[in-house]
Design a protein around this ligand. Structure first.
Ligand SMILES: *[C@@H]1O[C@H](CO)[C@@H](O)[C@H](O)[C@H]1NC(C)=O
Length: 353
């Protein structure tokens, strides 16, 4: 498939599709130790990036200073799976404890914020993670939810994403930067469940012949891909992605979010919707970049479906509802579904389609 040579096919073009400004929240659905790179033959990898500055995006924290995983301490099952899959695919994570809504004092809410229960707790946990960027003087973090999954080739996908982010944010690929993604972004949003896509005159970056992209017929909700060939991934300004499976925050981004979503209420909504509107409205000149198909998506393990969410309360009837097989939509070689293959060093990966 793709080789270094074909990277030249990645180019900046103007988005041809006309985009509705209306948020189609309902119409969209939906993303250590050493990597077993020996498990991937050259032809199975995404295009390899040569530029060493950008190649840092495939390092042991995916090009960010830390990878933080949000989840309840009590969900040891999710933490076990997260540590195993991240270590087998080449990156390390730190856990940040999720917060229960009832543990957030009324007095501690920003004025005008009326959310309650799991939505309130989720907002607080995300703000805690974002605040840690400033408290710990980190340059950037990638924040993930604890049920998130990715392709076993994540370490070669992230440098391609970084090239896209640099290109659409106007940072030359060869210019030394503190971040491999360039130093002019606030939010990167590689794990969401759908996007409206950029406006007509905005730049997009196209990755062609990417073997890590699932067939279009299995992700029909990604409307932006409709006009492009199979194997296309598109990096663009994040307009209003839904779901926060995985997103990165730079130090500047953390300052902007603390000012607009923590110390005051800009949107009286769930955290993912707040972030989406902040990106869409370019609040405090917030610069957000996103990618379709997404690189991270939530995994649904085999077993009882009431184990899935810790934010939505589980319904009693879900206990009897058993999922036969684990699934992760949008991801070709799911890390979660290939743990044993990765351990065995097998190249015969479980492909979802
Ligand atoms: C990965 O690269 C980022 C950006 O340069 C850096 O902050 C981080 O420390 C690196 N991670 C590792 C494990 O080397």
């Amino acid at each position: 498939m793709t080789s270094i040579r074909q990277n030249t096919r990645c180019h900046l073009v103007l988005a041809a599709c006309s985009i509705s400004l209306v948020l189609v929240f309902l119409g969209l659905r939906t993303s250590n130790y050493t990597t077993p790179r020996w498990g991937l033959s050259q032809s199975q990898q995404t295009p390899q990036v040569q530029n060493t500055d950008i190649a840092r995006a495939g390092n042991g924290t995916l090009g960010f200073e830390k990878v933080l995983v949000l989840g309840l301490k009590e969900r040891t099952d999710k933490r076990d799976a997260m540590i195993l899959s991240s270590s087998l695919t080449g990156f390390e994570v730190e856990f940040v404890d999720a917060v229960k809504g009832e543990d957030v004092l009324d007095k501690a809410r920003p004025a005008g914020f009326t959310m309650s229960g799991g939505v309130l707790g989720s907002w607080r946990a995300h703000i805690n993670a974002i605040r840690s960027v400033l408290e710990r003087k980190l340059s950037s973090v990638l924040i993930m939810e604890d049920d998130v999954d990715w392709d076993v080739r994540i370490q070669s996908q992230m440098p391609e994403f970084a090239k896209g982010v640099r290109t659409v944010s106007g940072v030359p690929l060869t210019e030394p930067q503190e971040s491999p993604y360039g130093d002019d972004w606030d939010i990167l949003w590689p794990g969401h469940c759908g996007e409206v896509g950029p406006e007509k005159d905005e730049p997009i970056y196209i990755i062609s012949n990417d073997a890590t992209v699932a067939p279009k017929e299995h992700q029909p909700w990604l409307k932006m891909l409709k006009d492009y060939p199979e194997g296309t991934r598109i990096v663009h300004r994040g307009i209003a992605p839904i779901c926060v499976f995985s997103y990165a925050v730079s130090r500047r981004g953390a300052q902007k979010l603390m000012a607009s979503l923590a110390t005051k209420t800009s949107y009286d909504l769930a955290f993912d919707n707040q972030l989406a509107f902040a990106c869409k409205d370019k609040l405090l000149d917030l610069k957000c970049y996103s990618v379709e198909p997404m690189l991270f998506f939530h995994h649904r393990p085999a077993g009882s479906i009431n184990k899935d969410s810790d934010i939505a309360g589980s319904k009693p009837e879900d206990a009897d509802n058993i999922r036969e097989k684990g699934i992760t939509e949008n991801i070709v070689w799911s890390a979660r579904l290939n743990l044993e293959k990765l351990i065995a060093g097998s190249r015969d990966y479980v492909t979802q389609w």
